[in-house]
Design a protein around this ligand. Structure first.
Ligand code: IMP
Ligand code: MG
Length: 183
């Protein structure tokens, strides 16, 4: 049986480069929130889970962790911006500093929707940390406050990102061979 690595055309971000960047992001976040009272770090399931697990271990201060599961309608390679909440936050974020951790900002529609929804809950601040940024595909008027890498308009998998729920557990970010796509 062919292994999952055989479906990858090229490695875009290696695990060593990921480790260095995530450490750097954690240090920046630690410094930026030095005076914050209550910091809630929110993982957007499932794509952000690997990034989140590494990032939080590089944030050197007290934090509360929470998880949100959303699904955006669309096909398996792009979102429509219509977002359904499958699992909401457990924590009341009113008056707290909130950092949303997401895998990738592509069209920006998912995060624009989510940001507006969480903003209505009156957090003290609300920022977005996206590991990857594909600005060439942006539709919504939104930018990540923190990002790891700006990437070209290519469909990537690994380190949490999936294609049809596969490849999330790759420890690097890679470009999928085009013959792997079903749609
Ligand atoms: P947006 O609403 O278009 O910004 O889409 C964001 C979501 O689309 C991400 O959370 C991912 O789940 C998915 N997505 C966008 N680009 C990629 C990609 O290159 N690989 C895997 N998933 C992607
Ligand atoms: Mg996805």
């Amino acid at each position: 049986m062919a292994g999952m690595h055989d479906d990858i055309a090229k490695v875009l971000v290696s695990k060593e480069v990921l480790r260095t960047k995530v450490k750097e992001l954690g240090e920046r976040i630690t410094a930026d929130y030095e005076d914050a009272q209550d910091l809630v770090v929110v993982c957007i399931l499932k794509g952000a889970v690997v990034f989140f697990a590494d990032l939080i271990r590089n944030i050197n201060r007290h934090v509360q962790l929470d998880f949100m599961s959303i699904s955006s309608y669309g096909n398996s390679r792009s979102s429509s911006g219509v977002v359904q909440i499958r699992k909401d936050l457990d924590i009341n974020i009113s008056g707290k500093d909130v950092l949303i951790v997401e895998d990738i900002m592509d069209s920006g529609q998912t995060l624009a929707y989510l940001k507006e929804m969480l903003q209505a809950r009156d957090p003290k601040s609300l920022r977005i940390c996206a590991l990857l940024d594909k600005p060439s595909r942006r539709v919504a008027d939104i930018q990540p406050d923190y990002f790891g890498f700006v990437i070209p308009d290519e469909f990537v998998v690994g380190y949490g990102l999936d294609y049809a729920e596969k490849y999330r557990h790759l420890d690097y970010i890679g470009v999928l061979k085009s013959e792997v796509y079903a749609d």
